[in-house]
Design a protein around this ligand. Structure first.
Ligand code: GTP
Length: 367
């Protein structure tokens, strides 16, 4: 080999090394960016943040035309948790729910690894509704320990972006990270909610009611609208416990809660305030409207006895104190206004009890 040949070979080797170094640097950059995206998902604390990070964040950072997140939610639990977080589901068109993955796309019939391939309207339109011009898709299973909790779906206008022969390891890894993040924020949301709900009736508890009352007062103040408060107490509940036992007492509490619930609107807030005491907040209800509602509730509770499995018949009645307020714009302390509203309802409840129970009494309107 001549010296010139040797020099040419060295130059060629140097060129190849240069290409390899550049590839390694590009891979490292990509790896670092992927790690950053995955960390963003893992760091989210609420369901709302996570859904935004997935649906909007991944779409922007991967430069995709569409991203959807399909969650299996047969008991509607995730939806309830999201609503409890005050999230408006309509703000996230990419967020989809189903009782099962089957039927949502044929690829889900046997779904253990990410599926990459051409977009087909007949197969994938449920996952990307409202998106046009998609040419290729990646469907990534979400779930751990053989339990599918949903799928993360990427849609691209580039037909080569997701093709069948591409490696799927990176997407499978992203799926695992997304699954862990989803599980973690759902558990966190469950914990928060369990601190705000009553185990016996499933209703919100006093802590939640106090927070909600302040929010509703602030809203009523902004809109210059009334807010009514109904304080509902079972009559002679102690004697139900004494006569039939504590378990039947629990059943009566649950039944009474359901009968109250059947009379109120979705925008009303209801909570178990204490032992046999419930509160209903009715936004935008005047005293007159609240009295009509309270009378409906009173009748619904007493109209039929509760028949328990032993055949025993438990008659239930409630007394209700009603108060309403239109918080003035000048009202500086909504905490005080909340206390005043509850105290007025409590005063009216006391009068209902004194007057013989199974009746509704109104407090004087507060300014
Ligand atoms: N079974 C059951 N009983 C409860 C629960 N929480 C509180 N109680 C009972 O509910 C009863 C409430 O009694 P009070 O509200 O003081 O009085 P009352 O017998 O309802 O009579 P009035 O309110 O004056 O009509 C008490 O005996 C409590 O022990 C519960 O979760 N389950």
């Amino acid at each position: 080999m001549t010296a010139r040949d040797l020099e040419a070979e060295i130059r060629e080797l140097q060129r190849r090394i240069g290409v390899l170094v550049e590839e390694a640097a590009t891979n490292e950059r990509l790896l670092r960016r992927n790690q950053e995206r995955e960390l963003t998902l893992l760091k989210t604390e609420t369901l709302a943040q996570l859904i935004e990070a997935i649906c909007d964040g991944l779409k922007a950072s991967y430069g995709l035309e569409a991203v959807s997140l399909l969650l299996v939610d047969p008991q509607h639990e995730i939806r309830h948790l999201l609503i409890a977080e005050q999230l408006n589901l309509e703000d996230f068109p990419g967020l989809l729910f189903a009782d099962s993955l089957i039927g949502m796309a044929p690829q889900f019939n046997s779904f253990h690894r990410p599926w990459l391939g051409p977009y087909m309207g007949c197969d994938h339109q449920l996952l990307f509704s409202g998106h046009e011009g998609l040419r290729s898709v990646a469907l990534i299973p979400l779930g751990r320990q053989d339990r599918l909790q949903g799928s993360l779906n990427f849609g691209s206008a580039d037909e080569k972006r997701f093709s069948r022969h591409l490696a799927t390891d990176f997407l499978a890894h992203l799926g695992i990270i997304a699954s862990v993040s989803i599980e973690s924020v759902i558990n966190r949301a469950r914990l928060v909610r369990s601190g705000l709900t009553d185990y016996l009736t499933g209703w919100y508890n006093r802590r939640y009611l106090n927070a909600r009352l302040k929010e509703e007062l602030a809203r009523a103040q902004r809109q210059n609208s009334p807010l009514a408060c109904l304080l509902i107490d079972l009559d002679r509940f102690k004697s139900i416990n004494d006569e039939h036992g504590h378990l039947v007492g629990d059943l009566a509490l649950r039944e009474a809660a359901q009968r109250v619930d059947s009379q109120i609107r979705g925008s009303d807030a209801a909570a178990r305030f204490g032992g046999d005491e419930f509160v209903v907040l009715a936004p935008e209800a005047t005293m007159q409207q609240a009295m009509v509602l309270a009378e409906r509730i009173r009748r619904a509770v007493c109209e039929a006895p509760l028949i328990v499995s032993s055949g025993a018949r438990v008659d239930m009645t409630v007394s209700i104190g009603v108060a309403a307020i239109v918080p003035s714009r000048g009202e500086p302390d909504l905490k005080l206004a909340a206390q005043r509203l509850l105290a007025q309802a409590d005063g009216a409840l006391y009068r209902a009890k004194q007057a013989g129970r199974n009746r509704v009494e109104a407090a004087g309107c507060a300014a």
